[in-house]
Ligand binder design. Structure first.
Ligand SMILES: Nc1ncnc2c1ncn2[C@@H]1O[C@H](COP(=O)(O)OP(=O)(O)OP(=O)(O)O)[C@@H](O)[C@H]1O
Ligand code: SF4
Ligand SMILES: [Mg+2]
Length: 404
């Protein structure tokens, strides 16, 4: 929800300064390097530094949004905290318990409490299983017998996510994209998890359907007391759903702040550039002119990331220290951490340094007229009509993945 209409402030919105309730999830120095091997002997010749030292926590009842460009390590982070991947280094604690290197057997009971929703509502549902079969999978895997029987419980879940319980015996291809994502959500909620990690839950969906799924996630959070980590590359979706937001760049968290603080006064130049591209949700300011910061050049390779600050090759404020010394993630304001030697909206952390020759050419300023809303909260009412519950004529293309 937007700042104005987010219903209840999450208890976790207390900030990232150590105050507030005990974290549900605690991540410390988390690292994942994927080895690059060569030849039949699989000699290691390098590594993709997908995630490189993340430290953050998630408090009960909050939504932590995670945003960043493609390839910055968001999905890898999601798969590490849900322990679908084994970390290379660092620590993951869930409810005070170290789960970093738990074996598959020991992870099993914990899997009830931490669930993941995937981006692709086509690929993440097995096309050969009925909706009933898909949503009841977690019960089978965990050997759980719900009170009243599996079928009744699955039908209750289908109803909870806004699907017709009578469609229990239908197959995924008989549903639209938004409905399939609802099936994925019902499956994730089956075992009453505490933490739900949603990886780009709406980015494969049409904008009008995005609003419905985002609102569904929001309602379910209130109803079931869920804690969310929601990953997205779209800052308007993130703004809509998050209490706090982590901004990632090349495997690192560069800024972590309460939503209000981040949007009102971003400190990291990268965040500022990302946000300059987001349409203004305030209708009174629509039509106003503003400068959009266009970053030039590509994101460097995570195989050999730049030394010092990883953003220095694209930053218009870069000085000598930026190319040599990695800035630590520091709390410069209550509830607002940033990793930058020369932050915006905060005191300079390395005063006296000269901006490098050529740094200013790293960006281009383009004056744009803010016009098009893309915040899901901004979708016109007419587009928010309930999705047709009937089976659609969506193409039958069989998804190539059958993961469940
Ligand atoms: N299994 C793997 N083996 C090798 N490299 C991988 C693997 N999974 C991810 N990577 C690499 O790690 C980096 C981070 O990938 P990741 O999928 O986490 O990024 P992302 O932020 O989720 O991107 P997107 O927004 O495109 O989903 C990328 O360079 C990717 O190519
Ligand atoms: S000012 Fe320096 S430390 Fe800050 S983002 Fe730019 S390059 Fe990185
Ligand atoms: Mg991803």
């Amino acid at each position: 929800m937007t700042e104005l209409n987010k219903k209840t402030p999450a208890p976790a919105a207390a900030g990232s300064d150590g105050s507030g309730p005990e974290p549900l999830l605690k991540v410390d120095g988390l690292v994942k390097h994927f080895p690059i091997t060569k030849g039949v002997l699989k000699r290691k010749v390098g590594a993709v530094q997908a995630v490189d030292g993340l430290t953050f926590d998630v408090r009960p009842g909050e939504t932590l949004g995670v945003v960043g460009e493609s390839g910055c390590g968001k999905s890898t982070m999601g798969r590490l905290v849900t322990r679908l991947l084994e970390p290379t280094g660092g620590k993951v604690e869930f409810q005070g318990r170290d789960i970093t290197h738990l074996s598959a057997g020991r992870l099993r009971p914990m899997r009830r409490d931490i669930q993941m929703i995937f981006q692709d509502p086509y690929g993440s549902l097995n096309p050969r299983h009925t909706v009933g079969g898909i949503v009841s999978t977690p019960f089978r895997l965990q050997g759980v017998k719900p009170e009243g029987g599996v079928k009744a419980e699955v039908q209750r879940l289908l109803e909870l996510v806004g699907l017709n319980p009578e469609h229990y015996n239908r197959y995924p291809h008989e549903f639209s994209g938004g409905q399939r994502q609802r099936i994925g959500i019902a499956r994730a909620l089956a075992l009453k998890p505490k933490l739900v990690v949603a990886d780009e839950p709406v980015s494969a969906l049409d904008v009008s359907i995005q609003a419905q799924v985002v609102n569904l996630l929001d309602d379910l959070q209130d109803e079931l007391g869920l804690t969310y980590m929601i990953i997205a590359h779209d800052l308007s979706v993130i703004r809509h759903v998050s209490d706090r937001i982590a901004v990632m760049y090349l495997g690192k968290i560069v800024e972590l702040a309460d939503r209000k603080s981040l949007y009102e006064a971003p400190m990291h130049p990268y965040t500022k550039a990302l946000m300059s591209a987001v349409p203004v949700p305030d209708p009174r300011r629509r039509g106003a002119k503003s400068d959009r910061i266009l970053l030039k050049g590509d994101v460097p390779s995570p195989i050999s990331p730049p030394a010092g600050c990883r953003f220095h090759t694209r930053c218009w404020k870069a000085t000598e220290i930026c190319g040599t010394t990695e800035p630590p993630l520091l709390q410069l304001k209550t509830g607002h951490q940033v990793a930058c030697h020369h932050p915006e909206n905060a005191p300079d952390q390395a005063p006296g340094e000269q901006v490098l020759a050529g740094a200013r050419e790293a960006v281009e300023l383009v004056t744009v007229t803010k016009a098009e809303p893309s915040d899901p909260a901004e979708v016109p009412e007419s587009a928010k009509a309930p999705e047709p519950e009937e089976a659609t004529d969506a193409p039958d293309a069989a998804p190539d993945s059958t993961k469940e």
